[in-house]
Design a protein around this ligand. Sequence first.
Ligand SMILES: *[C@@H]1O[C@H](CO)[C@@H](O)[C@H](O)[C@H]1NC(C)=O
Ligand SMILES: *[C@@H]1O[C@H](CO)[C@@H](O)[C@H](O)[C@H]1NC(C)=O
Ligand SMILES: *[C@@H]1O[C@H](CO)[C@@H](O)[C@H](O)[C@H]1NC(C)=O
Length: 462
Amino acid sequence: MSDRLSPSGRVAMNIPLRLALLLAIGWRVEARDLKFPNGFMMGASSAAYQVEGAWNTNGKGESIWDRLVHTQPSCIAQSQTGDVACDSYHKYKEDVKALKAIGFGYYRFSISWPRVLPTGDIANVNQDGVNYYNNLINELLANNIQPVVTMYHWDLPQHLQEFGGMSNNVFADYFEDYAYFLFSKFGDRVKWWITFNEPLSLVSGYMGDCFPPRVNSRRVGEYYVAHNLLMAHARAYHIYDKLFRTKQKGKIGISLNTEYAKPKSNSAADLEAVNRFLQFDLGWFAHPIFSSKGGYPPLMIERIANLSKAEGLRRSRLPNFSQAWIDLIKGSADFFGINMYTSKVVGAMQVTGLDDSSDMGHLTAEFDSSWPTSSVTWLRYTPFGMRGLLNWIHNEYGGNVPILVTENGWADSGNKTDTMRIRYYANYLASLLDAIYIDKIKVIGYVAWSITDNFEWSSGYT
Ligand SMILES: *[C@@H]1O[C@H](CO)[C@@H](O)[C@H](O)[C@H]1NC(C)=O
Ligand SMILES: *[C@@H]1O[C@H](CO)[C@@H](O)[C@H](O)[C@H]1NC(C)=O
Ligand SMILES: *[C@@H]1O[C@H](CO)[C@@H](O)[C@H](O)[C@H]1NC(C)=O
């Protein structure tokens, strides 16, 4: 997707042309009103490690992603790194220009924790990093673009990792202090905050060898990390409530992710599999925050307790929240951020006896072969999934919390015609509008991934 591709991978797209194309082609199956509701938030999304570069410039500390790409090059396609990436650290004004050109009113970006606090704690501030984010925020506001700031998009300070990082339960202390620091420095101008991006993805750092911090503690580590993450999230939310909200009047949420699960059939067994799939992928993080009861999904608690017992453990591998923590985490978000890209057809798989294949258990989750492919194996074109997932969230957690789509987008290998991306955006947005107008779901905005051609984690720039 490059009209102008510099060696750093930066792309300046001809955005007005694309928008005109999108509207002209329409890509609608049927003609319908394509208008968004008044005040609907529209923008683009990015993450510090994927775009900033300047990985060790002007006092920035090392992150766990810096450490991974420099010490385990085989984990990344073509051994690429985010050392330079889109060089947004130097070229943020170009990013803002591109956002402005398309007419976006919002930019979701993340703050690199080690850029502002090189060792992770607030006693050691890197003023250059603070200046960088001040400049970016001010440039956005000068162009009438509202910042939507992710506090944690995976680039933990390496120094905190040295003593366990997110698996150490002091993580919540460090995160609360970091959040306090961000609200103090930037909260006068930032009104939209996201604590964590995609907990479901980041816990894979504790389930294998190629995602930082590369701790292989499958079926144990991911639960402790998730547990600490949920407590850290709630601590950030409550410190905002207590010390900043009255004056700053902003909103705080979290960005969760899942594939939509399309039932293979309407049989009870297939619907049970769909529910199990979504409870384990999304409910794990959503139920504690957004359900009326709080805590982990009952199905997850019961299954993991049963399996742990069968394995000979004295307690469940899924940690238990005290009632006090359940109450602190419950309701700790002003909006539900969802990253949605694709779908799977999910169905039951018959097993006899204890199903210990995985904590989620046996089921089938497959792409339908008719769904158009992208340049990455995990992503296929499934516009119906947008409406489907928004409905699932709405039905599961009630209609009160507004939903913000914080990521959605298409991967290709640099096809200049860009036809599939246009089709993808047009029809996913149409599906989202159906959720708003037909299903009456409170969706307040949509930020697309992304405005630059950036470092895509283990896929590098491929
Ligand atoms: C857990 O085990 C109990 C007792 O064997 C059983 O009744 C229950 O159905 C199991 N729950 C799940 C979710 O597997
Ligand atoms: C989990 O915590 C709750 C609330 O404190 C408590 O009632 C329950 O007994 C605990 N369960 C286990 C298995 O420890
Ligand atoms: C590029 O897009 C065109 C038009 O949709 C399509 O026919 C072609 O297969 C695409 N090529 C690649 C490499 O994706």
